[in-house]
Design a protein around this ligand. Sequence first.
Ligand SMILES: C[S@@+](CC[C@H](N)C(=O)[O-])C[C@H]1O[C@@H](n2cnc3c(N)ncnc32)[C@H](O)[C@@H]1O
Length: 234
Amino acid sequence: MSRELPAKDHAALMDLVYRRQRYVYDLTRKYYLFGRDRLIRELALKPGERLVEVGCGTARNLVRIARLYPDAELFGLDASQEMLKSAAESLARAGLSDRVRLVHGYAENLSPALFGEERPFDRAAFSYSLSMIPDWRRALVAAGSALSKSGSIHVVDFGDLTGLGRFGASCLRGWLSLFHVEPRVEILHGVERQTAGNSADGAALWVSPARYAFLWKCSKVEAEAFALTDVADR
Ligand SMILES: C[S@@+](CC[C@H](N)C(=O)[O-])C[C@H]1O[C@@H](n2cnc3c(N)ncnc32)[C@H](O)[C@@H]1O
């Protein structure tokens, strides 16, 4: 990958987006960030497994994961110090500060060493973060490298929105762009080509009604190969 790592500006931009939004984030996003609880349920973490959420935001997901999988080791990474303040507060309120480790950093640089760890993670989750991460390919490759041999990556994000009709999709895209969110249709379409559209329950790819959101599960090897392939629709 030849592109530069994101500049400091991206962290500053994320802080700008979330400086005030973080206070209403959990309340408002539950109405339109669909599929997050499905991703959490399907993680089926075994005791002792180590999961990192990349772009963990307010730790809304990490709190739920910690409750559902009390024996998992959890880590959260985010580029926004503002979001991390909310994450630390949520974890403290939930009595989970000791169970989840948070770090400020870029997805594109993810490694266990960022958390002062040598052991790789078993799972990496991206929940509505790939659509904000400038270099999603680099982030997938970094996540792959940070995982154990049998590690897996779990993604939930906006779909291509085509089921909303042209007008609906374009309004939603316009609104999302105010928050610097760009649905990664190239990921959805590339994965659809690879999985031949198999979107059954438990399959690697699930697409929600109206193609609003998708969930994608893959091994570290698949994620790395996918990120390094020249996916069409770019
Ligand atoms: C839409 S929020 C999702 C938060 C959380 N995962 C959820 O599902 O509620 C996207 C998060 O990704 C973070 N983010 C954006 N670009 C990033 C990057 N390059 N590295 C790490 N985090 C990033 C943002 O700061 C923000 O907290």
